[in-house]
Design a protein around this ligand. Structure first.
Ligand code: 3PG
Length: 214
């Protein structure tokens, strides 16, 4: 493993459950991150899905030092450069285009491209990536699909996202090739909109508890 891959692996493992954040209002960024951290969820993926995503990520980095901030929904080289510029700790993409893989391989930012098929995984491997995001996890065949990929790719480690929630996070994490799971269930849009920070903390706490063996 390269140092970049080692860093990414360590970050994902330490996060274990990684909220996929869509932040619409800049003012929500810091209280949202504090609510997640208070619930034991520290490694955060701020997605580039809104206009305030980058300032939101910067605000979290400045005001919530316990949080480890990565940038998600990286679709192209520009997104990658913007994530690197603001000092993100890691990058995540839903896909694995040849252009993005080339740019991410040359960048200092540890990145997890997204794959849903063996061919996409082979492309990511050829560019030196791993761990990767398995996306959309439930919709692409769920745990059965992931187990099938473990046959030809026994050393690959995955962070599945898409359709994961409080009820199945532990089941996914029990798979030997899964090092973290991600998703939006930890930070529902309605809770962010209404400022239900205690609800978000409670969801994080319940999820973290569900991961502990009884
Ligand atoms: C992602 O980018 O990983 C997904 O949007 C998360 O999917 P979810 O909303 O089903 O958790």
């Amino acid at each position: 493993m390269t140092p970049k891959q080692e860093k990414l692996t360590a970050l994902l493992k330490s996060g274990c459950v990684i909220p996929v954040l869509t932040i619409e209002r800049l003012a929500d960024a810091v209280p949202l991150a504090r609510a997640l951290v208070a619930g034991g969820v520290r490694v955060l993926e701020v997605t580039l899905r809104t206009l305030v995503a980058l300032p939101a990520a910067k605000a979290i980095m400045a005001d919530v030092p316990e949080a480890v901030v990565g940038i998600g929904t990286i679709l192209n080289e520009d997104d990658l450069a913007r994530a690197e510029d603001i000092g993100a700790q890691f990058g995540i993409s839903p896909g694995a285009t040849p252009d993005l893989l080339r740019a991410a391989a040359a960048s200092a930012l540890p990145c997890a491209p997204g794959i849903a098929t063996a061919s996409e995984l082979m492309l990511a491997l050829a560019h030196g990536f791993g761990p990767v995001k398995f996306f959309p996890a439930e919709q692409s065949g769920g745990i059965k699909a992931l187990r099938a990929l473990a046959g030809p790719f026994p050393d690959m480690r995955f962070c599945p996202t898409g359709g994961i929630g409080e009820a199945n996070a532990a089941t996914w994490l029990a798979e030997p090739n899964v090092i973290a799971v991600g998703g939006s269930w930890l930070c529902p849009a309605a809770d962010i909109r209404s400022g239900n920070w205690s609800g978000i903390t409670a969801m994080c706490e319940r999820t973290m508890k569900s991961l502990k063996p009884a």
